[in-house]
Write a protein that binds this ligand. Structure first.
Ligand code: URA
Length: 238
């Protein structure tokens, strides 16, 4: 690829800015100063260095975030901070976006990538990728609810959900549950509980397809996926 394109893609400025940078003579490819932006480089094989610092080219970025409450799952927002705003600059330059949405007050597993194809695979309604949530519910969740979710419940807009697998973790005045669903309707978990007369007080996503939340991540922390995790996601067929 052209060297000016590579540098622009990696976040070193617009094509115009990159041109200036090259003209200044700070770029070396395999040890040789390159001033012409049209010069072709092979990002896999050539060593590209800017003012002595090696530029590692890569196309895709895959991040797992433990999303805290208060952030919007979007790339931009006029009022609130987004999950992208809290990424390091070097991660932001690759233009990643969240794969699907978690509500502002929902915590937990959020995949952030710039791989559109993988995102599409995971979100496509045709694929029925399971997502598992942990929730604290106001009220006593019972076997009646487990059965109702197994059959699918009717939401406030008349939509009947696909079966959800509900597990009661702790039963009481408030209940802890895990729920696995294979769709992603707006506020789906909250609305499923509303359909059986109960309220979600706390919601956290703990897995998406084969990917589980890394519990060593504090709220607001993120890490890159391992190669194994990326391969697992790419090859995943529910
Ligand atoms: N269901 C919800 O109600 N909210 C979320 O953030 C995710 C699933």
């Amino acid at each position: 690829m052209r060297i000016d394109k590579l540098l622009a893609n990696m976040g070193y400025g617009s094509r115009k800015e990159v041109k200036k940078l090259l003209k200044a003579g700070g770029l070396k490819v395999n040890g040789e100063v390159i001033k012409d932006g049209k010069e072709q480089v092979n990002p896999e094989a050539d060593t590209v260095a800017l003012y002595g610092e090696e530029v590692h080219y890569r196309e895709f970025i895959y991040l797992m975030m433990n999303k805290p409450q208060g952030l919007i799952s979007a790339t931009e927002d006029n009022h609130d901070e987004t999950v992208i705003d809290i990424l390091e600059m070097e991660d932001q330059v690759l233009n990643p976006f969240p794969v699907g949405r978690l509500d502002k007050d929902t915590e937990g597993l959020l995949l952030i990538t710039n791989d559109g194809q993988l995102s599409h695979q995971l979100l496509s309604p045709k694929r029925h990728v399971p997502k598992t949530y942990f929730a604290v519910i106001e009220g006593e969740v019972t076997e009646v609810d487990v059965e109702a979710f197994k059959q699918g419940v009717t939401l406030d807009d008349g939509y009947k959900t696909k079966p959800g697998q509900l597990t009661i973790v702790k039963q009481g005045i408030t209940s802890d549950i895990e729920l696995t669903i294979t769709e992603g309707k707006f506020h789906q978990v909250k609305r499923m509980f509303e359909a059986v007369g109960k309220k979600v007080m706390y919601l956290k996503r703990i897995s998406m397809g084969p990917l589980a939340l890394d519990e060593s991540l504090e709220l607001g922390e993120y890490r890159e996926l391992t190669e194994e995790e990326v391969t697992m996601l790419r090859e995943y067929r529910p």
